[in-house]
Design a protein around this ligand. Structure first.
Ligand code: FES
Length: 575
């Protein structure tokens, strides 16, 4: 037997007799109807992330067929295998709680089963990061295919996109401007087909940054789910996976290098991407021993303009970006700022892929560097006595006049407290106040839900207030907008300073200076700190995945990965 077994000979089940293990494996796989000739081919595994709960993955069966066709045409044997599928709206308590479980599932099933390379099919927010985290840890040759964005819907002549318009119309409904019947009609049209949210939310952000990272064939980030080009891209991905299997690489560790992560983070800024992208890229990098420095990310943002005019910060949708040339149109604009020598999965450098892309044509979705949407980065990093380990704000989606603001804190102690009091007619709150939500971080909620988009209190919304400064240790959907500070670290449940804020305190936000501060003297804070007690133990946290999660999950600046899954664990407990 070869020193480096391939195909069916890889990773045999242990029976104490390798010859018997192979004999038995072949006997069982023969029950699938394969010939010896088929079984002698390089094997390409394909992750099947279809689920009846996951509309964003509705086209996965079609993509698997197209990928298989590509594999067969190139002389390989495709074998699809199921792994967990995580959809944003069907994951209690929140999809982020399950991302690491999906990453573990994918990692172990890729490792356990015989394959020479793997095609990772994902799409919905957490699935792409989970798959790439797994690929980074296994380091088997791997290539990503995404389901692609949905096309837009329409309501009474108005173009609709999930989920920026979900939030916009829901806010109007809360303010009494959209009726019960109208919001039901809108709900029928917000997600009109298969694919991922079609604004610059987390799924779009991850698809585009994964292409920039080099883990996807060029041009795959923005093709709509229903476009025939999506199937052709999947077919080409299958064929490329055979080459990866035959050549033994490039492996994920050769593609996802520090330079590649810098490219991905720069693209994240240039596209006005989701704050969640920072967490996910950090987690992926940590699997390879690469540290993402928030200060470096902030510096990179200050020199990278936002170029892509997509909702929620702009006006267009992903299908418009595709018509404008896709990610290549962005990469071409910021090429002088990129590490163009970074290797990509097709064996070419990022610079070579940019040169191979079709030429630019007139369009109004990707702006030139000389005329950006926003000059100074989509996302800024904040620090201060409220966020010693950092916090983020998507300034491109914020209200300009609120980027420097001092206001009175109105504190909500938990998600439940928020739900119970935010719309109370007697809530003592004004337009200039700072809404504070805590115990909604990685451990606190748990799972760091996308609750950072704290609704404007109903009575203020009804009076026409559209935005307020809102701060939390939670995350926010990339499809949301507003002057919203997120990912405050350490989180309140881990004893971070956010736990010490009281209603009536003054909080100062200064995005230009990168500051978030609680204007309370140190003596008072020290007294509050010694009186602080951690929140009550979560029900069910003594066992199972919740126990593993709470024991291991790290804070936002470490990508909320489990400590023991990092290449270099931090040690000493998480968070
Ligand atoms: Fe799946 Fe938005 S819910 S991408």
């Amino acid at each position: 037997m070869s020193k480096h077994p391939s195909g069916m000979r890889k990773g045999l089940a242990n029976y104490g007799d390798a010859g018997f293990s192979l004999f038995l494996r072949k006997a069982f796989i023969k029950a699938m109807g394969y010939s010896d000739e088929a079984l002698d081919r390089p094997i390409v595994g394909i992750t099947d992330t279809f689920s009846g709960y996951n509309a964003c993955h509705r086209n996965v069966p079609d993509l698997i067929e197209a990928t298989k066709r590509g594999v067969m045409l190139a002389g390989g044997l495709p074998i699809a295998f199921p792994i967990i599928s995580v959809h944003e709206s069907f994951s209690h308590p929140t999809s982020m709680f399950l991302r690491n479980l999906m990453a573990m599932d994918a990692e172990e099933m890729i490792r356990a089963q015989p394959m020479d390379s793997v095609v990772l099919i994902g799409g919905c927010d957490k699935t792409v990061p989970a798959l790439l985290m797994a690929a980074a840890s296994v380091d088997l040759p791997a290539i990503l295919e995404v389901t692609g964005p949905m096309i837009t819907g329409s309501w009474r002549g108005e173009r609709l996109g999930a989920c920026t318009d979900c939030r916009r119309f829901w806010a109007m409904h809360r303010a009494g401007k959209v009726s019960e019947a109208e919001i039901a009609e809108i709900g029928d049209r917000l997600a009109p087909g298969p694919g991922t949210c079609m604004v610059m939310g987390t799924a779009s952000t991850m698809a585009l940054t994964a292409e920039a990272l080099g883990m996807m064939l060029p041009g795959g980030g923005a093709i709509p789910a229903v476009d025939a080009d999506r199937l052709r891209h999947a077919e080409a991905t299958g064929a490329e996976a055979v080459r990866l299997a035959k050549d033994g690489g490039p492996r994920p560790s050769a593609v996802m290098t520090e330079a590649a992560f810098m490219n991905a983070l720069r693209v994240l800024q240039a596209i006005g991407g989701s704050t969640n992208g920072v967490i996910h890229l950090t987690a992926m990098a940590g699997r390879l021993g690469i540290e993402i420095d928030l200060a470096a990310f902030d510096a990179l943002g200050r020199e990278t303009p936002v170029l892509v005019d997509l909702k929620p910060a702009g006006q267009h949708y992903m299908e418009d970006l595709q018509k404008a040339g896709g990610l290549a149109a962005v990469l071409r604009e910021i090429a002088p700022m990129l590490e163009t020598s970074a290797l990509t999965v097709n064996g070419k450098t990022l610079g070579e892929n940019i040169a191979d892309a079709p030429p630019a044509w007139p369009q109004d979705v990707v702006r030139p560097v000389s005329d950006p949407i926003h000059t100074g980065g989509g996302i800024r990093v904040l620090r201060g006595n409220l966020a010693p380990n950092g916090a983020l704000i998507k300034q491109a989606a914020a209200t300009e006049r609120l980027l420097k603001h001092t206001g009175r804190a109105v504190v909500f102690d938990s998600l439940r407290d928020l739900a119970e009091r935010i719309d109370a007619p007697d809530l003592d709150v004004g337009e200039g106040d700072v809404l504070v939500l805590r115990n909604a971080g990685p451990k606190g909620a748990p799972g760091m839900p996308e609750a950072g988009y704290i609704p404007i209190p109903k009575k203020l919304a009804a009076a026409g207030v559209k935005d307020m400064v809102r701060i939390s240790d939670a995350r926010m959907s990339g499809t949301a907008f507003g002057t919203i500070v997120l990912h405050i670290s350490p989180e309140a449940a881990a004893g971070g300073p956010l736990a010490l804020v009281e209603t009536g305190d003054r909080i100062a936000l200064d995005v230009d200076q990168g500051r978030l501060d609680l204007l309370v003297d140190e003596t008072t804070l020290a007294a509050r700190r010694s009186a602080w007690r951690p929140p009550a133990t979560l029900p069910g946290s003594h066992r199972g995945y919740l126990k593993l999660y709470l024991d291991q999950v790290l804070q936002a600046e470490d990508g909320c990965d489990f400590d023991f899954l990092r290449m270099h664990p931090r040690g000493g407990g998480a968070g």
